[in-house]
Design a protein. Sequence first.
Length: 560
Amino acid sequence: MRTIINYLKKLRANSPYAVWLLKYTKPYLPALSLTMLFSIAASLISIGTAVVSQQLIDNASIGKTITSNIVLYILCILLMQLIQIISSMFTVIIQEKFSFGIRKQVYEKILHSCYHDVSKYHSGDLMTRLTSDTGNVADGIANIIPRIIILVVEFLASFIVLLCYDPMLAVFALLLAPVGGILSIWLGKKLKVLQTKVQESEASYRSFITESLSNILIIKSFRTEDYSTEHLQELRDDRMKWVIKKQRMGLVASSGMSLTFQAGYVLALAWGAAKLSTKAITYGTMSVFLTLVNRLQSPILGLAHTIPQVVNVLTSAGRVMELQNLPVETELKETITPQNVGVKVEHLSFGYSDDVLFDDASVSINPGEFVAIVGASGIGKTTLIRLILSFMNANAGKIQFFNDKNEQVETNANSREFMSYVPQGNTLFSGTIEYNIRMGKKDATDEEVYEALRAAAAYDFVSELPQGIHTVIGERGYGISEGQAQRIAIARALIKKAPFLILDEATSSLDEKTELAVLEGIKNFSYHPTCLLITHRRSVLAYCDREIRIDNKQITEQPM
Ligand SMILES: Nc1ncnc2c1ncn2[C@@H]1O[C@H](COP(=O)(O)OP(=O)(O)OP(=O)(O)O)[C@@H](O)[C@H]1O
Ligand SMILES: [Mg+2]
């Protein structure tokens, strides 16, 4: 008993996919069992139909009335059709529910994982995992696993009957089963490597399409349309190569397995014939034996054909699991009263790689201060902001928020509650201007939306638009100017009224006059946050209490 338990434990440890799949399948087990029952009922009725048709023919041949047989036959067919319709509806619903459920979980997981880890994946790759891979897993759960279970049940039933009939014959019929099993495991492993390549090439293909469509302007301005199409073709060819290799290997696997079992069938046939020749069995036994061996064959061949599909499911499960295993970002429960918040950076060391950007750097920003961060391009200004926002963790040192009540908390995902951020570059979503601004505060009143727009010096241009705040803007702010998009992003940050505001070159596209209007607007806004501004412009410095410079892996105070 202990050996069996140990074996099961070992199997569990070695089958993370199965455990993972089982975990996600649990809620769907009752519905899945029902579809399996439907399938079993449908196959039983199909056997019944065969019996009815045989009786129909027998009755007709001896001149008996066949009306009841015909009615029964039609009923059987209608019932079978009905069961098939219900069962296929059920399967589709399970598949949709499951794929949506798993997609939602992976999507949530991506949103709650460390930004730094998620950013290592191309968005096209993430898309492939969220769509194609989760689709494969859902197909596995809703279709392939039930099919396998039904085939195994059919196989076991036939085997048990055969075993009762003649144990020796049953064993003979399965003589080559271990060979087939080992062969399928070996080929399955090879197939999995190829399927991983197929999914990876699919990810590159999708990544390229996503990226080139979002950068269509660059392709057009550099007249690289043909080059891009050629590159797409190359990626397509690469995918084709792996698909063909995988298909070939899949055919070898399923044909190898079915040939092995057919060889077993021939052996069983020879054994039966030998027994028949010595009159050890009758012709009747031989015919029953052949029928049963035949019935063993079909589920086995069915199973052989599911090998490549099972491999697809496992490969995709692995790719989805990889995302599920991403480290979740730290969220501390304790927080500080979100008023008059400052930040202390102490002995900070950080580098994306061996290249160190900060080495034992320290700085303190007091509550209510307007502080400019300056430094050469590529020196680490945005990186410092990302560390303060806890998008990444420092290699050494501490970043702590504090307030004037002497409360302190180390930066973590939760501290973003009291921070507002305007990132570098265009970060607007497609939708109305109002939708974009309300992202800063979902339940904001219209008055609050207009107040934020006024503070961001965006009110005038928005009210001149025919549809005002209801104007729909395209992807990445398409339809409005870069500087207008920047002001909407600032309004989105201001409406949150967070006590700690970070602007990363948020006014870089504005002319000097508008930039000063924005800075005035922020200074005179109805709340007064602590503000960190990254800037390359001298004009902005006039609005700041202090200037700190990042240079030589240190953060130093600059004389104003
Ligand atoms: N995700 C990343 N992985 C590896 N290196 C990175 C990553 N992001 C930035 N870097 C590198 O880190 C350095 C600092 O980048 P950062 O974006 O902080 O510069 P910056 O001071 O904000 O520059 P700019 O003024 O041009 O915006 C750069 O050399 C950059 O190449
Ligand atoms: Mg930057």
